[in-house]
Design a protein around this ligand. Sequence first.
Ligand code: PLP
Length: 400
Amino acid sequence: MTFEVGRVRALYPALADGYAYLDGAAGTQVPRTVIDAIAGAYRGGIGNVGGAFPASGRSEAIVAGCRQAVADLVGGVPDGVILGPNMTTLTYRLANALAAGWQPGDEVVVSRLDHDANVRPWVQAAARAGAVIRWAEVDLATGELPAAQYEGLVGERTRLVAVSAASNVLGTRPDVTLIGAAAHAAGALVYVDGVHAAAHGPVDMAALGADFYATSAYKWSGPHVGAVVADPALLERVRPDKLASSSDLVPERFEQGTSPFADFAGVTAAVDHLASLDPDATGDRRRRVLASMAAAEAYELELFAVLLDGLEAMGHVTAYGKAARRTATAYFTVAGHDPRQVAEHLAARRVNVWNGHNYAWELTGALAIRDAGSAVRAGLVHYNTREDVDRLLEGVAELG
Ligand SMILES: Cc1ncc(COP(=O)(O)O)c(C=O)c1O
């Protein structure tokens, strides 16, 4: 199929402002259907769940719809979808709950590639349990996270392997399937950070070997809601801190306090939007999501080749990461200009990019760029265009 980016862009009111939104890796704009779903939930009257009146029932239906939508996006089941404010909060919650079963001398494997939200919660929970952290290292020349090293990192004391399905700065997509297989062979659980990955291609958490798959709707055209998906049978064995008075059912017992029900309606609308990206896709929503995200990925990568070739052709630009499998995410520095100055220069040309470590704390430290402001990130999502890319390249060329 030809990806109809003009049709897709018309669905996003915010894109009409003329800016090149290359900041999607930090959060996307949302289509009208998402805005309408959130407004519609409020307009129709919602209440807290568990009440005897219809508005409460409407919230319950919204929650159920949201769990089903997220399950369809990643290949899980609705009863295994934990919803919460964001991935970081949910990961801390799960790290603390899982660590309650760890013994001194147990081991946890984290990676130097990961966003800090899939590192620090594990490091801190392990320290409290007396467990040992083992680090998977990045090949700094390529930005790859070699899967082969995991054979030597996991062993009979390994309780959990935390790994990213895609780096939010380099775009690197590690071979999570291989890493997951090594972890499972050692009897360890696998916690996959899919926050960046899920926005850029089809997700099948079972094929990845993910016992837990974390994602955030605001990266894929939805509102600020996070989710962690797992097998409900696994969640039954985990006991998070919770109020005595709140539900002890799975997945509710992992969800603290009152939820943003209207936003959950927006999450469902966002998944429906993703499923519609390929208008020729047929079948149930899961099948349409897979086809649509494959189409979006192909479109993004074609555009990304132009972006990356353009950057790499400039003598004053250093682009980081050369992974064989990656998302359409560029991370670069410009000689003679710190990353913030580059971002400001581009902002004046109506190009939105991020500067800084973007929470890739360990990676930017290992690359020895963090103290100098790290780098500039320009990422593509399915609504970006060749014009956006050209404007970025022209703006960066002016700094040469
Ligand atoms: C790869 C990755 N992991 C985790 C996070 C944290 O997600 P959240 O903002 O939902 O806590 C982000 C956010 O930028 C991310 O890009």
